[in-house]
Ligand binder design. Structure first.
Ligand SMILES: [Fe+2]
Length: 265
């Protein structure tokens, strides 16, 4: 099974450019094109939040239009730039989101179980899961202790060392860690939000983040460094599961590259 994680596409209204610069529609279209050209296309795509820039209906409509080109089934979860009501309305007919207040749900139809969480506090940059959602997560993990599981959310549950990112982190990361640490079948926790690839040991598993399909957060680890973004090559995260191998993570740059060539030629 291949699970592809796209993150933070920040789709704007048609014709609008993010920060007056980036064509985020073209960026996501290029990511979808890359997945379509892969010799091992994904079985499932999860898009981990900041689906749109301002959570407006016209932005979600644009996202739906772009995602129609995706061959694989997909699921989405909200980030701090999203709004639940227009997100729910835009995807209502697809059955990819539950009709609950929070978008916390499981995807059961693949060898790796995916659990999507909702860390959005509407109108705020930082995130929170809350005790009810964490109790729900604990129950879901308790009911399937032998199934390899990936848990996805927008806000990474660890401090990153990038000051302005950590100022808008996950408020209840410690309570989240206490739940995850009780369940050894959690192969990985995946997040977005930081617009960079990161990975670390966390709560007895691996936590990693996917870059954005558009701009990156500048890698500036000086305490108090000002928020800045940069157009590094975008990328997505691929998680490959096979019995006998386990779960292996890959970072796949998004773009058009020379090759592939057979070795020796
Ligand atoms: Fe973002």
């Amino acid at each position: 099974m291949i699970l592809a994680q796209l993150s933070d596409p920040h789709i704007c209204a048609p014709g609008e450019r993010l920060f007056g610069r980036a064509d985020t529609t073209a960026a996501l279209e290029e990511a979808i094109r890359c997945l379509g050209h892969s010799p091992t296309p994904p079985d499932l795509v999860v898009i981990t939040g900041d689906l749109t820039e301002r959570g407006r209906p016209e932005e979600y409509a644009e996202l739906r239009r772009i995602l129609a080109a995706l061959a694989a089934p997909f699921v989405v979860l909200p980030g701090n730039h999203d709004r639940r009501a227009p997100l729910r309305a835009a995807f209502a007919d697809l059955g990819v989101l539950p009709a609950t207040d929070l978008f916390a749900y499981t995807v059961e139809s693949f060898p790796v179980r995916l659990i999507c969480l909702d860390s959005l506090i509407e109108g705020m940059g930082r995130g929170r899961l809350g005790p009810e959602q964490l109790a729900w997560l604990d129950h879901r993990l308790t009911e399937a202790p032998a199934r390899p599981t990936v848990v996805a959310l927008h806000h990474p549950p660890f401090p990153t060392g990038i000051s302005h990112v950590d100022a808008v982190g996950l408020e209840d990361a410690d309570a989240f860690a206490a739940v995850i640490a009780r369940h050894r079948q959690v192969e990985r926790v995946i997040a977005g939000h930081v617009h960079r690839a990161m990975q670390r040991r966390w709560a007895g598993t691996i936590a990693s983040t996917a870059p954005s399909s558009t701009h990156a957060v500048t890698l500036d680890l000086r305490p108090g460094a000002a928020a800045a973004y940069i157009y590094e090559p975008p990328a997505l995260q691929l998680l490959h599961w096979e019995d006998g191998i386990g779960l292996v993570g890959h970072i796949l740059p998004i773009g058009r590259f020379d090759g592939p060539y057979p070795y020796g030629k």
